[in-house]
Design a protein around this ligand. Structure first.
Ligand SMILES: Nc1ncnc2c1ncn2[C@@H]1O[C@H](COP(=O)(O)OP(=O)(O)OP(=O)(O)O)[C@@H](O)[C@H]1O
Ligand SMILES: [Mg+2]
Length: 281
């Protein structure tokens, strides 16, 4: 059954219960969420809160105990061809980037295309996509000949191989250092902007979440909060508002105006900016 929908993802009241006989674990407990095409969304929350479970349900790697997921208006419970959905509609990036150790970077990227494209096209596409993630000079390396950040980029390339509209990433920066993590997020963001690929990124890192458009916060199998992320400037202002200096500025300490050598007008503008940051709460 196909429904017309403006949402790329729509989850309705998703529940996933593991186990039984009194030892039930409610990994997801009535989660509803929507993601529009072209969004870059992050999911945060403590360990065990259900983030991976949610991602697996959206990617049709698992099925809910209750509730429904629609991707591009298609109810995943009624997919005619699950393999084709996994190959063409979603790309997965896992935390441990499970590359096949005996295959080169290029061959790893070719894997999801097997059965869907002829060998020559697979090779060309793998080369194109590896260049896109700046690995043109590492195509013939095996995973253990690559750095962690490079391996993670191969995993990104593999997820994008069939040009899916949706990429699901489970802690893609989890085992990278700060710089490599920032580079990877920059890559995801540029793919999001240039190709319109929608990303749902699970992360523990607030710096990663800040680079997305929206953060869903989970706890105990539920989405408990949702934050819209502003432009970098807005985010800086928010941080500043909650800093000591921001609080003094907002407290209306007029000595500060003299100490900062600001005119009353400048002071007013500054206060207004800070007040407007963070929705003025
Ligand atoms: N196959 C399974 N069988 C039983 N319980 C499971 C299974 N998979 C997950 N769980 C339980 O479901 C809950 C949610 O797990 P999930 O993997 O979604 O958490 P998470 O938010 O991704 O955590 P982390 O940040 O540690 O990766 C946890 O309590 C977990 O122990
Ligand atoms: Mg997880």
């Amino acid at each position: 059954m196909v429904e017309e929908s403006t949402w790329l993802i729509e989850a309705r009241n998703l529940t996933r219960v593991y186990g039984g006989d009194g030892a039930e674990i409610r990994a997801l407990d009535g989660v509803s969420m929507k993601v529009a095409p072209g969004e870059l969304v992050s999911v945060m929350g403590p360990s065990g809160s259900g983030k991976s479970t949610l991602l697996n349900l959206i990617g049709a790697l698992d099925q809910p105990t209750d509730g429904e997921v629609f991707v591009r208006g298609q109810n995943l419970a009624h997919l005619a061809n699950v393999d084709s959905f996994r190959a063409h509609t979603v790309g997965f990036i896992f935390q441990l980037h499970n590359l096949l150790p005996t295959l080169t970077a290029r061959e790893n990227v070719e894997v999801p295309m097997v059965g869907y494209r002829i060998s020559r096209d697979r090779r060309r596409r793998a080369e194109e996509i590896l260049s896109l993630v700046s690995l043109a000079d590492r195509m013939d390396h095996l995973p253990n000949q690559l750095s962690g950040g490079q391996r993670q980029r191969v995993a990104v390339a593999r997820a994008l191989a069939n040009n899916p509209p949706l990429v699901l990433a489970d802690e893609p920066t989890g085992n990278l250092d700060t710089t490599a993590g920032r580079d990877l997020m920059r890559l995801l963001k540029s793919l999001n902007e240039s190709q319109g690929t929608t990303f749902v990124v699970v992360t523990h890192d607030p710096a990663v979440a800040r680079r997305t458009n929206r953060v869903l916060v989970m706890a105990d199998g539920k989405i408990v909060r949702e934050d819209l992320i502003g432009s970098p400037l807005e985010e800086d202002l928010k941080m500043w508002r909650h800093s000591e200096l921001g609080e003094i500025l907002l407290s209306g300490d007029d000595n500060l105006q003299e100490r900062l050598e600001l005119s009353p007008d400048q002071m007013t503008v500054l206060r207004r900016l800070l007040e407007s940051a963070d929705g003025g709460d």
